[in-house]
Design a protein around this ligand. Structure first.
Ligand code: DX5
Ligand code: ZN
Length: 233
């Protein structure tokens, strides 16, 4: 496999639909094979769900696992830090090979400082909102981030049901974001939910169970991509 990381940005000017498979739903005893199973699929991003057992009631994987995977794939590493202290750990995740860092607004006192810190590490930056967190909480950094991530489940576990009640927030965010800012949605994305999310204005779709929980992950990505592209704004 060619592991040159030519695609080292979120292709911010590219308005196209992007499926970001979440490694959380992969078989953790076969992570490398799981990533290889995406070869040939319409995918350039891997979503990495990092959990610390404090911000969310679950612990997933961290720096050593990401560092181990890095030499084996050229996929863009989209790290979703569900951790209490994103500023403290961001550098370690970038050094491990993450291309992008998303932090949760709920855990930071000075979001502008965290955005600056992550950007200074040389990667793009996203901010994430839990299902009931309002847009007003990110008002001061809305122009400064490359991506906003809306949770459509409560973070902590894969395989939960999609919360359609977050869609009005997605719509409002789309109308506020510039064309070069991505709008990602995460949780319960599957063939029966992705169209509603795309209609609301999301352009980047995290899918764990709906990709790695399927017999043919590459085909599952293709199907999701087609469904979202058909209705995307
Ligand atoms: C939840 C994670 C999600 C999760 C999505 O805390 O942030 O990325 O892996 O899993 P599915 O697609 O199964 O809902
Ligand atoms: Zn996630």
């Amino acid at each position: 496999m060619n592991c040159d990381r030519a695609n080292s940005s979120f292709a911010l000017s590219d308005p196209s639909i992007r499926i970001a498979p979440s490694l959380l739903a992969a078989d953790f005893s076969r992570l490398r094979e799981s990533v290889d199973a995406l070869a040939g699929a319409d995918v350039d991003t891997l979503h990495l769900d990092v959990m610390d057992g404090h911000f969310v009631p679950n612990i997933s994987f961290g720096v050593p696992v990401i560092r181990s995977l890095r030499p084996h794939t050229s996929l863009f590493f989209d790290a979703h830090l569900m951790i209490q202290e994103p500023k403290r750990y961001a550098e370690a995740f970038v050094k491990a090979g993450c291309d992008h860092i998303t932090f949760h607004i709920e855990v930071v006192d000075n979001p502008a400082d965290v955005v600056r810190h992550i950007r200074d590490l040389g990667v793009s930056v996203g901010v994430c909102l839990n299902p009931t967190t309002e847009i007003e909480t990110i008002e001061s950094i809305l122009d400064a981030v490359d991506m906003v991530l809306v949770m459509s489940v409560w973070p902590g576990f894969g395989g939960q049901s999609f919360m359609a009640e977050v869609l009005p927030k997605v719509e409002r965010l789309r109308s506020r974001l510039k064309p070069n800012q991505r709008l990602e949605i995460d949780g319960g994305i599957a063939p029966d939910t992705i169209e509603a999310a795309a209609r609301a204005g999301a352009d980047t779709f995290v899918a764990g169970t709906a990709v790695f929980g399927q017999a043919d992950p590459a085909a599952a990505v293709g199907n999701l991509h087609n469904l979202a592209s058909r209705v995307a704004r």
